[in-house]
Design a protein. Structure first.
Length: 363
């Protein structure tokens, strides 16, 4: 087991800076997920840790040792790839044994470890099959098995579930969780899928454009996004952003003039940082699940809107609405909510779940 530290890591390919100064502490036994849109540098970061790419600058430490100059096979890591990368002519058993044989591990130990991993992953009866005779899910298990038998200090996984169908992906997610509980091996896991990231990670690092935007415990990052990128990336449907001019009313309260209506800022958000924007534009962020329909009674801070789209999704119904300002906004409501296209409703924003950003910097 080992912790991993990245310090000001940079990787340049010709004219592309794929990794642009990443610093990240990956604690021992953690399941750390790098998540971000395609092209943001996740795979390159993982390959740098693996030793499959050389860093242009910065330092990589595994345990307490700087490994920049160590070859991949000298790094005590095992990598699981999106496409499984199994040897097509070898059987499941041979695929699992191969890495250990290359490392000169004793035959008896190899057999023991392969048996253990096969039991853990429930692939015991597939041992004599070739990869082509396996389903995608089974191939993925073998790829995991091959990593597990190595008993490395760190697992590196690059979108290992993205070639599986939706149902299997959810099942494998749960199994990866279980596997990590059992083995506690430090894991760095890469995905573009924010739901996968939220469910698997105990530490999440949200990346964009070669940089880490925010690191933390998933629910903390979700509830306290540092900028509009993180706020918009995590969550589905994604956070709504409404822009308005910040002003102070006669009674001394902060409010946002949203055009056709106003949003009064709850007192608990009225701090020096926000007040600094008086007279300027401010972005209000509100997640769809934090918007309620409020048809009767008119408490403070309701926003009239017209229902445009009703999309039942099972555990919730997603509404697309048009505010009087003409802006569109999404709300996720209880599936029992009686609502039809064309309804005029009042929206109420949950005052505990508001976010305010600077529209220029997004922070
Ligand atoms: P992700 O895994 O997040 O989708 P990558 O790490 O694969 O992102 O890529 C990050 C950026 O680096 C992209 O712009 C990609 O085109 C570029 N890149 C990755 N590998 C290479 C390479 N070997 N040569 C040139 N550019 C590369
Ligand atoms: Mg990738």
């Amino acid at each position: 087991m080992a912790h991993v530290e990245l310090e000001n890591l940079v990787k340049e390919f010709d004219d592309v800076t794929a990794v642009d100064g990443i610093s990240l502490d990956i604690p021992d036994e953690s399941f750390t997920v790098l998540v971000g849109p395609s092209g943001c540098g996740k795979t390159t970061t993982l390959r740098l840790i693996a030793g499959l790419e050389r860093a242009s600058d910065g330092e990589i430490r595994i345990g307490d040792e700087v490994v920049n100059d160590r070859r991949a096979y000298e790094r005590d890591i095992a990598m699981v790839f999106q496409n499984y990368a199994l040897y097509p002519h070898k059987t499941v058993e041979e695929n699992m044994r191969f890495g250990l044989e290359q490392h000169g591990v004793e035959d008896e130990t190899i057999t023991e470890r392969v048996n253990e991993a096969a039991t853990l992953l429930q692939i015991g009866d597939l041992r004599d099959r070739k990869p082509a005779e396996l389903s995608g899910g089974q191939q993925q298990r073998v790829a995991l098995g091959r990593a597990i038998v190595r008993d490395p200090a760190v697992f590196l996984m690059d979108e290992p579930l993205s070639n599986l169908d939706a149902k299997l992906r959810v099942q494998m997610r749960a199994e990866l969780n279980k596997l990590h509980e059992e083995l506690s091996t430090t894991t760095v896991y890469v995905t573009h899928d924010q739901v996968e990231a939220m469910t698997l990670a105990d530490q999440i690092a949200v990346m964009d454009d070669g940089q880490i935007q925010q690191v933390g415990e998933p629910t903390h990052v979700y509830s306290n996004p540092l900028n509009t990128f993180v706020a918009g990336f995590l969550g589905s449907p994604s956070m709504n952003f409404l822009e308005g001019v910040l002003e102070r009313t006669g009674s001394g309260k902060l409010q946002l003039d949203l055009g056709s209506d106003t949003h009064s800022v709850p007192d608990e958000y009225d701090d020096a940082a926000l007040a600094d924007y008086l007279g300027e534009r401010v972005t209000l962020g509100i997640r769809p699940e934090n918007i309620a329909l409020n048809q009767d009674g008119v408490p403070a801070n309701v926003h009239p809107a017209t229902v445009q789209v009703v999309e039942p999704q099972g555990e919730k119904t997603v509404l697309e609405l048009e505010l009087d300002s003409g802006e569109s906004i999404k709300a996720a409501v209880n599936p029992d909510t009686e609502v039809t296209i064309g309804d005029d409703v009042n929206l109420r924003f949950d005052r505990d779940s508001l976010h305010y950003f600077d529209p220029q910097t997004g922070e």
